[in-house]
Design a protein around this ligand. Structure first.
Ligand code: HAM
Length: 424
């Protein structure tokens, strides 16, 4: 036998029953998004590299070090999407969705970043992303955050804290940037190599450094808040008024800058202490300049994305882990009975669509079929032997202590099943 092949490092399989759990969580999330009028948009996993380079920012870690970029057979440069916002805006523009006015959209699926894998950080990970386009006011910012708070409540997640900041307009950021460069240039000897590199290319990102040695220096740096224009300040205050009124707790973190360049005004992150260094489970903000930058008519927009792996890690250990493979396990004693059993299983699926029916396929003895039925976790085994077949009956064997095995008439089967499975 040759060696089994393995998945690529940082990319994971999701097997049953964990995949069932993912599906349920995704359904819960998309149901809540639907309550706010968000509709699904789907776009390709691969885009031309330009889509990301033009939007996320040339000097960001994502574009510089983390993208899966390759040439296809035509020599075109393509990239596996590292995030969804850029693709979403590209798709919105290409399909002319903004002609119909504002858009509230969500997407769900794998993203790819060549980061160093560790707990909560993978090379293929999954996001649910939300983008609201065409709305300039603080009301949509606040509504998005209220929606995230509802998501945590529905998912049963506690202990997430909200951090907020405003990045102002490009003009206020330019002023701040000048002062920041002057400040850090005055302290060059204290900067690490990464920060020195950022100083010329993207000094705001120095504020994002996780190096503890830089903490004091960063705390003393000029703060963007002191350079904010009046409109950005008012916008931010208005967001806070709604959150305060709704009783949503948050801290304003002036150092929250985000790792993508397209943001302006409101930015936010939901953070947990339970996942160590990879504690941000949901992050986003306003990106009023991006649609214009990507070739559309200037359109305000805001969105966020949550990392599903991180969310799943936070969920309490699920009882569903022991979920049965099916509720009803159907067994035919021999080949003739199996043919009848398959037809019977179809009839059960017609009559009781909520019941999952697993037919034993294979030539095993009755005993080993029953063993397998038990292992499946099903509540009831339906057994069709030659006697039953001849008599127009079936045997129902409760597997989870709901009484004795019984023989029932074929025409009364559904009633009996309802009784047994209802009680299961
Ligand atoms: P982001 O902060 O890069 O933002 O990613 C959003 C979330 O995706 C993170 O908070 C985290 O939960 C998850 N995530 C990111 N990288 C990884 C990874 N390597 N492994 C596991 N989870 C990860 C964006 O992607 C923006 N597009 C969000 C946005 C939408 N802003 C506006 N609209």
């Amino acid at each position: 036998m040759s060696q089994i092949l393995r998945a690529v490092r940082g990319m994971n399989d999701t097997v049953p029953p964990i995949a069932d759990r993912w599906r349920r969580v995704e359904a819960d999330i998309t149901r809540v998004l639907g309550q706010y009028g968000y509709r699904e948009i789907r776009f390709p996993i691969v885009e031309s590299t330009q889509v990301f380079a033009r939007s996320i920012g040339d000097t960001t870690d994502i574009v510089q070090k983390e993208m899966y970029t390759f040439e296809d057979r035509n020599g075109d440069s393509l990239t596996l999407r590292p995030e969804g916002t850029a693709s979403c805006v590209r798709a919105v523009l290409e399909n002319g969705l903004l002609k119909a006015g504002t858009q509230r959209l969500f997407y769900l699926g794998p993203m790819f970043r060549h980061e160093r894998p560790q707990k909560g950080r993978y090379r293929q990970f999954h996001q649910v992303g939300v983008e609201a386009l065409g709305m300039a006011g603080p009301d949509i910012d606040a509504e998005l955050i209220l929606m995230t708070a509802r998501l945590w409540q529905v998912l049963g997640l506690q202990d997430l804290r909200l951090e907020l900041n405003t990045l102002g307009t490009p003009e206020s950021r330019a002023l701040h940037r000048e002062q920041l460069v002057a400040y850090f240039t005055g302290h060059l000897d204290l900067l690490d190599e990464d920060s020195r590199h950022r100083l010329t290319r993207n000094p705001l990102r120095i504020l994002d450094s996780k190096n503890p040695a830089l903490k004091a220096l960063i705390e003393g740096a000029p703060r963007l808040v002191d350079f904010l224009d009046a409109e950005s300040r008012d916008h931010f205050d208005a967001v806070r008024v709604v959150l305060d009124a709704a009783g949503i707790a948050y801290t304003v973190n002036p150092h929250l800058v985000r790792g993508l360049d397209y943001y302006s005004k409101t930015v936010f992150e939901w953070i947990t202490e339970a996942l160590g260094a990879q504690g941000t489970v949901c992050a986003g903000g306003r990106y009023d300049g991006l649609v214009d930058q990507m070739g559309g008519r200037a359109t305000p927009a805001i969105g966020f994305a949550m990392g599903l792996e991180r969310l799943m890690e936070l969920l309490p250990p699920a009882r569903e882990e022991d979920l049965p493979e099916a509720e009803l396990y159907v067994i035919g004693a021999g080949m003739e009975e199996k043919a009848a059993a398959l037809a019977l299983a179809e009839a059960v699926r017609d009559a009781l669509p909520g019941v999952r029916v697993l037919c034993h396929c294979g030539q095993e003895s009755l005993k080993s079929q029953l063993k397998r039925a038990d292992r499946s976790g099903a509540a009831v085994a339906l057994i069709l032997g030659s006697d039953e077949l001849a008599a127009g009956q079936v045997t129902l064997k409760p597997l989870r202590g709901q009484g004795e095995q019984r023989r029932v008439e074929r025409h009364a089967l559904m009633e009996h099943l309802l009784g047994l499975l209802g009680a299961a």
